[in-house]
Write a protein that binds this ligand. Structure first.
Ligand code: DGL
Length: 269
């Protein structure tokens, strides 16, 4: 595998772009192939079996594009399917949960950590698992926020309805005296300003994207796959539905221009 090969990144929709942004910032020499499974979103309310089937198809699609490594930029798919696809495919694959849990364990001072995520991620108990391994003393309070993903996908980021939902979802976590809140869904960093207004300045917000990009860099170095030449960026974007809408959104958050987004029939993979 050539170090010039691209990196595959995927999510159920636009959320994984928060991870892409961080990868572009930390390792600008790398080329990204992104897939957003917009036709089958949300993943958060689906079963482990369904999300694993979707994840396998996307990994096959990305491998057909000759990627040198894959980032599952989706907490739900990382929670449900990372270990399965790591065992099945011969390419380095990383998720976002382990890096996010590591930062949260380092950040908390009082050992009280809140985690917000999709129903699937919270139900899986995966943050709890990783956090307790790092520090058995921590107490983890999870809260599923199922309406956040559709609100982001609809572009209602600064809308009063989003503020009201954030108040309902996060209000009860604040009661537990948490000092750290993990944004355990890659869509949520896009709601950071709203969430900050609800939690105030005393609670640290953890976005796993930063640590994920750092882990990716480390994995590339370990496999001698780091691209040391800065190439002319040739990032490519694919979705399973709504290519134009996705392109507009991507252009509003990424530091590069997204010229084209293509539709893919992912069920063929
Ligand atoms: N952005 C994804 C996550 O991090 C999933 C959102 C969804 O499709 O429910 O979990």
């Amino acid at each position: 595998m050539s170090s010039k090969a691209p990196i595959g990144v995927f999510d159920s929709g636009v959320g994984g772009l928060t991870v892409v942004k961080e990868i572009m910032h930390q390792i600008p020499g790398e080329t990204i192939i992104y897939f957003g499974d917009t036709a089958r979103l949300p993943y958060g309310s689906k079963s482990k079996e369904t999300v694993t089937t979707y994840t396998r198809q996307i990994v096959r699609f990305l491998m057909a594009k000759d990627v040198k490594a894959i980032v599952i930029a989706c907490n739900t798919a990382s929670a449900f399917a990372l270990e399965t696809v790591k065992a099945e495919f011969d390419v380095p694959i990383i998720g976002v949960v382990k890096p996010g849990a590591a930062v949260a364990a380092d950040t908390t001072k009082n050992g009280m950590i809140g985690v917000i995520g999709t129903e699937g991620t919270i139900r899986s108990g995966i943050y709890n698992e990783f956090l307790s391994l790092t520090n058995p003393q921590v107490k983890v309070y999870g809260k599923a926020c199922p309406l956040f993903v559709p609100l982001v996908e609809e572009g209602l980021i600064d809308d009063p309805i989003t503020m009201e939902m954030a108040r309902r979802y996060i209000g009860e976590l604040i009661e537990y005296d948490i000092d750290t809140l993990v944004l355990g869904c890659t869509h949520y960093p896009l709601l950071r300003k709203t969430i900050r207004k609800i939690v105030g300045d005393q609670i640290a917000l953890v976005n796993p994207a930063y640590e994920t990009a750092k882990s990716l860099k480390q994995v590339l170095v370990e496999h001698a796959l780091e691209n040391d030449e800065v190439l002319k960026s040739d990032h490519k974007f694919f979705v399973s539905d709504g290519a134009e809408k996705f392109k507009r959104f991507a252009n509003s958050i990424l530091p590069c221009e997204v010229v084209e987004t293509k539709d893919v029939n992912i069920e063929n993979y």
